[in-house]
Ligand binder design. Structure first.
Ligand code: ADP
Length: 261
């Protein structure tokens, strides 16, 4: 028996993910790589790998999402990230609420009805502040790994306020704080706070209907979840695979295209 019945491909600005789901819409197979500027070659690689899992992709529909979705000619359909994220998160939690997705170079807030419909959304893909890139730049500069970032920020006894809202200026501000002997964890805590304040401002434009749910690669950072809860006073629900929610949603939409469905 095949390990998956439908495929979803999310070509994000930072990472590309492919997900296979079984008849019940559960993730049974996935791959994740940094996004290659040669999209068609990367998609071919992913599809070859998917084919190796099941022998043949005949009759297994593929839906593409993400900022590079239009470049995926093999897809039966290209669907927006908003629709796919709503579909993926609804499969996991089976209820509505407000989804916060923080990716590498964009962030989105999606308000979802109790039946899984998109009611409203806001998206920031114009400015790196409020996205994973904001933390990533500083992490590179300070030689802290991505997986350490959140733990370091959570270990802080104190927090400094970061006044620059621009990613480039924040990086210089951090360097100057380090030069002035401010401990790294306090600076990182301030940086995380700054990102979360941007996200909370976006949430306000859409309106927070609990529960709050969190997805995207940045959801893997424990300080993000902690500070989001602190700033909103709401519990934050994390799906099993936060970075795969969009690709899973695409695969669920693909499942509906199956002739035997
Ligand atoms: P996109 O879909 O927009 O391409 P993702 O949702 O895959 O992006 O998120 C990528 C971002 O996730 C990276 O910029 C990075 O900041 C963050 N990230 C990835 N893995 C981790 C991790 N283990 N800990 C903290 N942050 C992470």
């Amino acid at each position: 028996m095949s390990i998956f019945h439908a495929l979803g491909l999310d070509v994000g600005s930072t990472t590309t993910k492919i997900v296979g789901v079984d008849q019940d819409g559960r993730v049974t197979w996935h791959q994740l790589e940094f996004t290659d500027p040669h999209t068609s070659e990367q998609v071919e690689r992913f599809l070859t790998s998917a084919c190796q899992q099941v022998g043949s992709l005949e009759g297994i529909p593929l839906v593409a999402t993400g900022y590079g979705r239009r470049l995926v000619s093999q897809a039966a359909r290209q669907v927006t990230e908003i629709t796919c994220h709503a579909s993926g998160i609804y499969r996991e939690f089976q209820h509505g609420g407000t989804l916060v997705d923080i990716g590498g170079q964009d962030s989105k807030i999606i308000r979802i009805s109790p039946q899984g419909r998109v009611l409203d959304f806001a998206m920031n893909d114009k400015c790196a502040a409020g996205t994973g890139r904001f933390l990533e730049n500083t992490a590179n500069r300070l030689k802290v790994t991505l997986s350490q970032l959140g733990e370091e920020a959570l270990s802080a006894n104190q927090e400094v306020s970061i006044s620059s809202t621009c990613t480039v200026f924040a990086e210089s501000e951090v360097v100057s704080l380090i030069a002035n002997g401010i401990p790294l964890p306090s600076i990182l805590r301030g940086l995380h706070r700054s990102l979360i304040k941007r996200i909370v401002a976006m949430i306000r434009t859409v309106g927070l209907v609990p529960p709050l749910m969190l997805s995207g690669g940045v959801a893997l950072n424990p300080a993000i979840r902690f500070l989001l809860e602190e700033e909103t006073k709401e519990k934050v629900l994390l799906p099993q695979y936060p970075q795969l929610v969009g690709a899973q949603g695409a695969a669920l939409i693909a499942m509906d295209l199956r002739k035997d469905n």
